[in-house]
Ligand binder design. Sequence first.
Ligand SMILES: Nc1ncnc2c1ncn2[C@@H]1O[C@H](COP(=O)(O)OP(=O)(O)OP(=O)(O)O)[C@@H](O)[C@H]1O
Ligand SMILES: [Mg+2]
Length: 395
Amino acid sequence: MDHFSIILGLCRSALQTSNPAVVGHVQRLVRALEKDNVPQQVSALKKLMASEEALAEITPSRVVLSRRSLSGEILTPSVTSPVDKETGAPLAEIVHARKGDALQPLFIPALATGINTLLEEWSHVDELRAAGVRPALATMLFGAPGTGKTMLAHYIAAQLELPLIVARLDGLISSFLGTTARNISNLFSFANRYKCVLLLDEFDAVAKLRDDPHELGEIKRVVNTLLQCIDSRSELGFTIAITNHESLLDPAVWRRFDVRIEVPKPNALTRVEILRRQFDASMLDETYLRFLAWITDGYSGSDVEKLADFLKRQKAIQKANFDFFTGVRSYVQMSAYEGGSHNRSLVAADQEILARTLVSDESIPFSQEQLATLFGCTQPTISRWLKNKTISGVK
Ligand SMILES: Nc1ncnc2c1ncn2[C@@H]1O[C@H](COP(=O)(O)OP(=O)(O)OP(=O)(O)O)[C@@H](O)[C@H]1O
Ligand SMILES: [Mg+2]
């Protein structure tokens, strides 16, 4: 049949309406093609029907909201990413996650509230439009490395029950320099065709390019294409851009993102929460979690997890012989770290000094009882250590 790819596209769009009459017509088409003996076309149509059915079955409530709120086709798992025409390399990764699949990043309450507000807005795009309000569909996430920005983008897409198209701009640019502008516009056309969230990770790659004097013409073209693509997508679908180097981005870029969210390093209480997710309660008592949160002052969420992984590995190897303080000291020894405060270096200090430092630090309060648990001694001993404060002169 001529123009079968167009017919297939029409069937895909029609099947997404879940109208039983459409299913009947597509089945008739399959039977007719079987008679015509065109097995490839029959198999393509059957595959399409199966994937639409499977999608409807696994996620009955899926995209109920998004079907209404965004235009575009449904991006089923059978649809693949566009590729670079010369190398065949995919331009993006497509992630299909359901609501419960993506872990929620842990943030300070103010930021968590901000994220919920964004999710609420993005879930009610249709109502905003009906009220004549232009929804803000482009968000820039920025902040230090390892603070959970990429994790947050995955979480947002999963909460909206939309597929996430993940494009890393650094990869897109460096591997295809010369065809980058075309690849960027192909990527956006693909994203604009479907209901999805488009993630532009490592967004500063574009800005960094400008420092390269050899590629000026190409860079101008790439930057212009990217800005035009962001503009034309602004009414069509959700876009999240991520950068660690916000200072490299110029105002022309910032202006295109209505929502800008700074993702900071976790504070003490958030570090406790991140650690709590890492250790089950039988493995590590709350007091130890608080101590780990204290020594990781200045760490990103990702670095806090690295410490937790190290301790879990040590505990698995050493079993009953595992000693918490020895484990923490080894980690501090083995992980040269620029970003941390001096708290981490104090793990090597005398326990008495450490106990006094902990009670005088208000970021994470420790009771005498907790200090006794931490150092494996009695409360009167702790009390004596704390009274020694004036004698030893240590604050
Ligand atoms: N706020 C957080 N809450 C929970 N886990 C976190 C948090 N921040 C980081 N992590 C952990 O660290 C991992 C890495 O985080 P992620 O890749 O999202 O950081 P990022 O900000 O995108 O870093 P980069 O800028 O280097 O790309 C996450 O998968 C998660 O396990
Ligand atoms: Mg990231």
